[in-house]
Design a protein around this ligand. Structure first.
Ligand SMILES: Nc1nc2c(ncn2[C@@H]2O[C@H](COP(=O)(O)OP(=O)(O)OP(=O)(O)O)[C@@H](O)[C@H]2O)c(=O)[nH]1
Length: 457
């Protein structure tokens, strides 16, 4: 920003200088006769009309009286013998351009910065002064176009440390001596261009200043933003960023919570699914068991018997062990039904089933209802003697139950049992043969008078 300010000031003074070059050239080469003056005056008006920064361009004679001006109207005195810049040119042969201290124009009443040059007669004597005045209001308007915050400042200093114009504008500050001020002192110490955090000597406000000496003229341009304004901007930005961050965090937090909740719900659903699967498996197992059980006695059914018989036969073959089978048939059961009725017959079978399960005490023994009032027990790793012993145990258990049977010579329910066994890896045996042997033994028990155990021969 300070660079733009310096550039604009430089350009403005250059415009004034260019205007002066034309005037001085014409007056010195063509003289100051009425015709030349009239022509130059027209030129001045045209020039100033094109340069809004200029308040006026005028020519004063060697006594300081106004001769020609770009102004169309003159309200005050058109005479400057007492002005410093006039005295400077009157007393010096110097042909360079001179930048004077700001003054209030006598002809327009506006604050102006005079830029002037000496005009010589052909013999080199002093002929007068050509002055271009820069309108300070024009500079102020440009300065005011910068956004410097509430306490920002802009000013132009002469190379001797005098204030030319300052924002905020104050007449009292124009031409005030700022040579002891921090900016001018920094300029003296650090050189033509620089920046620093300084406390203004006029208002005591701490600012971040930057200054630059103009490229072609003895003027220093400076601008500054109050540290508090910078911090206020920073604070506002920080609050905005923190606010946005907080909102973002809150949104992330909510999303995270939702995610955790969803994960929890998913795990819960999976747990319930696992539970449902387990109970379904249990139900399937129960169903499976049910299909293998006899509903009346709770013993295994014929289907279970057929499966287990094959499995156990194969196992016995592999392990070279005996497999025994006992077949059990209730004696005079037709008479029992006839005497006590079919439901009583069922109840009797149930009691016999319980008795058989108690008697078949080894874990590997499989007791089934083979069909009707006939039952069977498969006895792995058991020879025929063991099977007979098991049969006897059951027969006694049935007698001990003492289920009354008016149709039996024993007056209680009795059973006949046939026992058979085989060594599958040696015998030329088969499941069918084992069944036939046990059946034959059972037939022998019946034929032998019932209530007895017969061993297959
Ligand atoms: N209550 C009932 N009776 C059955 C059941 N299954 C078969 N029975 C009966 O059992 C009887 C078997 O009779 P039989 O084969 O003549 O033999 P038994 O009368 O026991 O005579 P032996 O076997 O020679 O002592 C038949 O009357 C069948 O109806 C059943 O589930 N419940």
């Amino acid at each position: 920003m300070t660079r733009a300010l310096a550039q604009q000031t430089d350009d403005t003074i250059r415009a004034a200088e260019v205007a002066l070059v034309g005037v001085v050239q014409s007056l010195e080469t063509e003289g100051v006769d009425a015709t030349t003056l009239a022509r130059v005056q027209t030129l001045l008006r045209l020039t100033v009309a094109k340069l809004p920064a200029l308040d006026s361009v005028s020519f004063y004679d060697r006594k300081g009286h106004g001769i020609i001006t770009s102004r169309t109207q003159i309200t005050g005195s058109f005479s400057i013998p007492d002005r410093d810049y006039f005295k400077h040119h009157a007393g010096s042969q110097d042909r360079d351009m001179h930048i004077g201290s700001p003054v209030r124009s006598r002809t327009s009443g506006r604050w102006i910065m005079p830029v002037s040059r000496r005009v010589n007669q052909p013999n080199g004597f002093f002929a007068g002064v050509a002055v271009a005045t820069i309108d300070l209001e024009y500079l102020q308007e440009f300065h005011n176009s910068f956004d410097l915050g509430r306490d920002g400042t802009i000013f132009l200093l002469s190379s001797r440390g005098k204030i030319i114009v300052r924002r905020p504008f104050s007449e009292a500050q124009i031409n005030a001596d700022a040579s002891k001020g921090p900016v001018f002192q920094t300029y003296l110490n650090k050189g033509k261009e620089g920046s620093a955090v300084l406390t203004g000597y006029i208002d005591g406000i701490e600012r971040m200043y930057s200054y630059q000496h103009l490229a072609h003229y003895p003027v220093i341009a400076a601008s500054a933003v109050a540290t508090m304004d910078v911090l206020a901007d920073w604070r506002r930005e920080t609050v905005r960023v923190l606010g946005a961050g907080a909102v973002l965090l809150a949104v992330l937090g909510l999303l995270g919570r939702k995610l955790i909740q969803l994960i929890g719900e998913r795990e819960q659903a999976q747990r319930e699914l696992r539970k449902a699967k387990t109970s379904l498996e249990k139900m399937n197992q129960s169903l499976e068991r049910l299909t293998l059980l006899d509903s009346l006695t709770g013993l295994g059914n014929r289907r279970l018997f057929d499966t287990v018989l094959t499995e156990e036969f194969d196992r016995a073959k592999r392990t070279a062990t005996f497999l025994a089978l006992i077949m059990i048939d209730v004696d005079y059961f037709k008479r029992y039904n006839d005497l006590y009725g079919h439901p009583a017959g069922d109840a009797c079978l149930q009691q016999l089933g319980e008795t058989l399960m108690e008697a078949a005490c080894r874990p590997g023994d499989v007791a089934v209802r083979y069909g009707g009032e006939e039952m069977a027990v498969l006895l792995p790793d058991t020879d025929v003697e063991g099977a007979v012993a098991m049969g006897e145990r059951f027969r006694h258990a049935v007698l001990t139950r003492a289920i009354a049977h008016g149709g039996s010579p024993e007056d209680v329910v009795t059973v006949s049992i046939g026992a058979a066994a085989c060594l599958p890896d040696q015998d030329d045996s088969s499941c069918k043969l084992l069944l036939q042997s046990a059946d034959k033994a059972l037939y022998a028990a019946k034929a032998g008078g019932r209530n007895q155990v017969c061993m297959a021969t």
